[in-house]
Write a protein that binds this ligand. Structure first.
Ligand SMILES: O=C(O)CCC(=O)C(=O)O
Length: 274
């Protein structure tokens, strides 16, 4: 993560890493999703709630379990766990020994799918699981999201949106911003090309705008925490199929939370075990 990128992440709470997946890697991911597409479930429990501006004709589609799919379908998603283009960013944002916190999942949205009310954890009050702090010359983050875009997100398509800079906000999120009914000029939709990756701290206010494109939205979300911290309890018993056949590096990021000093396996910036 170069100095400009650190500045921009500190300023805004997110960063777009361009061209992480090439055409071949993208094709492998999308073929795997096609193979399991019958399992995509459209939510019946609304994420837009009463927010008029975020309503849609259907709930967002969701699919998880990719780390445990039959080979070869699982491999491109397992590769994401320790991808050498992404590991250096996670070292800067979360520190050495970062760990997978949640089960990875697909957000699949068809045209007209509803949005998700804006949310984030900057304040008021301190959330010890989801935070952004700058101390001793570096940033410290709690839960952090890595979103892999498998299809293009064009300006105006909808999808992931953030309020840049809100990870440092001290006051409560206004209700009308949460529901995208006022202050929309502060909300930024994030256009991407397929193969780009968006990394954002859960502390930044973010949400989802209703999906407008004919092309299905396909985003894979990985959520990581620093090595000492857990938000979710999946690590207590990762499903056997998820860990079976993982490389040492991949296992290292599935490790339970504990101190780096206690022989915690950690990666170097190239994504191999130190
Ligand atoms: O649409 C997105 O990528 C954001 C999703 C999100 O914030 C969530 O599921 O909590």
């Amino acid at each position: 993560m170069n100095e400009d990128e650190k500045y921009l992440f500190d300023l805004t709470g997110y960063i777009v890493v361009k061209n992480v997946l090439d055409e071949e890697a993208l094709a492998r991911c999308n073929e795997a999703i096609d193979h399991y597409a019958g399992g995509i479930r459209e939510r019946t429990q609304s994420l837009a709630g009463s927010a008029t501006a975020l309503q849609g004709i259907t709930g967002r589609g969701e699919l998880s379990g990719m780390l445990g799919w039959e080979p070869p379908w699982r491999e491109p998603f397992r590769d994401m766990l320790t991808h050498p283009r992404i590991v250096p960013y996670l070292h800067e944002i979360l520190g050495k020994g970062f760990r997978l916190d949640h089960l990875p999942s697909l957000i699949g949205m068809r045209r007209g799918a509803e949005g998700h009310q804006l949310h984030g954890s900057s304040g008021p009050g301190f959330d010890p699981h989801q935070y952004y702090i700058f101390q001793d010359g570096r940033m410290h983050n709690g839960l952090t999201v890595v979103t892999w875009q498998l299809t293009d997100v064009n300006p105006g398509d909808g999808g992931l949106c953030v309020v840049p800079g809100s990870h440092k906000c001290n006051f409560a999120l206004p209700r009308e911003l949460r529901t995208y009914e006022q202050h929309q000029e502060f909300v930024k939709q994030i256009p991407c090309k397929a193969g780009d990756v968006v990394i954002f701290t859960e502390a930044v206010t973010h949400g989802t705008l209703p999906w407008q494109s004919e092309q299905q939205r396909r985003s894979i979300l990985f959520r990581y925490s620093p090595g000492n911290l857990a938000y979710a309890k999946h690590y207590v018993d990762w499903p056997e199929a998820f860990v079976d056949g993982l490389s040492e590096e991949q296992r290292a990021v599935m490790e339970a939370p504990y101190h780096l000093r206690l022989e915690r396996p950690a990666l170097d910036d190239g994504g191999t075990l130190e």
